[in-house]
Ligand binder design. Sequence first.
Ligand SMILES: O=C(O)C1=C[C@@H](OP(=O)(O)O)[C@@H](O)[C@H](O)C1
Ligand SMILES: C=C(OP(=O)(O)O)C(=O)O
Length: 425
Amino acid sequence: MSAPLWPAPTATEPVRATVPLPGSKSVTNRALLLAALAEGPGTVRRALRSRDADLMADALRALGTVMTPANESASGVDWMITPGPVTGGARIDVGLAGTVMRFVPPMAALADGEVSFDGDPHARKRPMGPILRALRALGAEVTGDALPFTIRGPLTGGEVTLDASGSSQFLSGLLLTAARFEKGVTVRHDGPPIPSQPHIQMTVRMLREYGVRVDDSEPDVWRVEPGAIAAREFTVEPDLSNAAPFLSAAMVTGGTVTIPGWPAETTQPGDQLRTLLAAMGASVERTPEGLAVTGTGRITGIEADLRDVAELTPTLAALAALADSPSRISGVAHIRGHETDRLAALVAEINGLGGDANETEDGLEIRPRPLTGGVFHSYADHRMATAGAVIGLAVPGVEVEDIATTGKTLPEFASMWASMLRDAR
Ligand SMILES: O=C(O)C1=C[C@@H](OP(=O)(O)O)[C@@H](O)[C@H](O)C1
Ligand SMILES: C=C(OP(=O)(O)O)C(=O)O
């Protein structure tokens, strides 16, 4: 049975809206895991409530953590988290969440018995080999090289080499639990450059904020000392990657969109939207209300290496498809292993609407061509769905398949999109 179609609203006037965003998926799922591994009870405030975040909370519960929600609202939830001994026997559903499939297995290797993992059909295609081989090399028994797999500890830790060029999450996953390994861990990356570097900085910074000693002074080597993870209160920042489609709406319609609570300084890759959207013709300003992006209605194509900010590719490709000059996006070969093969999906869907895009070895080329309405398939990928919504603002008759897939990180996307457009009137 095919998923329902969502008629993407076309903007009839410039958008003028302030869009508060719930918490970052990447920060939420790191904070929940660190709190579950800490030496005592702690709190994670303004945590995201979404499919990926709920899968993380369920995984931690299954491994023996007591998770109590409080103050639930549109801006998220406060989790009171009481760590317990990590218990075996659990079956973990990772859904399609990279952060759950790569961050939870090292914690599972602390359990007193076997833990099994599985996920959505497409999750079985996402790369897992490097982190599973590393866990094996560090002492755990692991069956399989991809989902489904099982893990049985104990794991003493020590030195390990892995290739994290397929996903920075292999490295982040090992580092997040490593302080709880008897010997800590020294991880050496050996391979082509690691993508999504800001996410590694996010991991290192959050570990330090939780009292863990991390040495990242040598390129491609990370040392985490064994020791306690501090029990603390932590507040999650708004999700700046999910700001991308809303800020894009300002560009497409020649309006202004403001995101309140944009951090002054952050490791989130979405912060780079400030320079990327400016390069595509927006004016970007920090105002007392938040970060304001104003567009002219005309979009300039970009030539950009997006390796560090790979998860922004679908939205920027949607803008490129509406631009009046060609774009070339490079450095993102590894997003073929994201929620779907994003390079193939973007080319198929942009060209399906009459556009002119092709894959390169490590990215996309997109040339201006008038688009027409049609179905924009989402491939169970939240960022494909929101890319379709961005194109639909300018192209009448776009129907996005399975808009509900945005529930992975932003369950209220469709209603937030509608109220952004209503605010314009
Ligand atoms: O650690 C994280 O929270 C993430 C790391 C990145 O993964 P890759 O390194 O696989 O791109 C990013 O794309 C993903 O959305 C979230
Ligand atoms: C790649 C992404 O997600 P995941 O955390 O599942 O890897 C993404 O959100 O763009």
